[in-house]
Design a protein around this ligand. Structure first.
Ligand code: FMN
Length: 183
């Protein structure tokens, strides 16, 4: 085996689909792209998210303590990358990228109509924000577009290239120790 830089661990451990995060500050909605996230707990459902202090979204999240994690599919790939390459400090990204903001039920920031699913979230623990920019968010409510045909999510390889969901390997029969997990 050849050695590779330890700093590239994130390229091997891609945690899940690339997502969009919406926030709102002074009544103005914004959106960013996020790849550094992970599930931390089943119940209540907790999600760890790294959002850097250089992002407009960081300041909005710290202030309002709420956000929406929206799950885009492959048809939005180029938009997703462009959203992560400009800042809400300078541009209204909902307008620029033609995204439809939909009202959430329990939080201020909007859902994104063009996404497969939207998770309304509130900060559950911010004790690791100063050290790691790591927010622990509680998922309060999930909305899913069950009529949507395109359902393949994008997975960031860490270098601006992405894999797209493909073949499903159904091994539910073998999950004998984990039968209690809900469908
Ligand atoms: C594929 C991709 C993944 C990204 N993942 C993250 C991430 O996990 N955390 C983060 O803070 N920024 C991440 N970014 C960068 C932000 O999306 C970017 O800084 C964005 O401009 C922030 O927007 P804002 O200033 O409007 O909040 C990512 C960008 C791209 C393109």
């Amino acid at each position: 085996m050849k050695e590779m830089p330890a700093s590239h661990a994130y390229r091997l451990l891609e945690p899940g689909p690339i997502v969009l995060v919406t926030t709102a500050q002074n009544g103005k909605a914004n959106v960013m792209t996020m790849g550094f996230h992970m599930m931390v707990q089943h119940a209540p459902p907790l999600i760890g998210c790294v959002i850097g202090p250089w992002d407009h979204s960081y300041r909005a999240l710290c202030e309002s303590r709420e956000c929406v994690i929206a799950i885009p599919t492959v048809d939005l790939a180029r938009t997703v990358v462009d959203i992560g390459n400009c800042s809400g400090d300078k541009v209204d990204k909902f307008e620029k990228f033609g995204l439809s903001p939909l009202s959430a039920q329990d939080v201020g920031p909007p859902l994104i109509g063009e996404c497969l699913a939207n998770i309304e979230c509130r900060i559950a623990d911010d004790t690791m924000v100063e050290t790691y920019s790591l927010f622990l968010l509680e998922a309060l409510r999930i909305w899913i577009d069950s009529d949507r045909k395109e359902r393949r999510t994008l997975h960031h390889k860490g270098d601006g290239s992405f894999t797209v969901d493909g073949e499903v390997v159904d091994l539910r029969e073998r999950m004998v120790k984990w039968r209690q997990l809900p469908d």
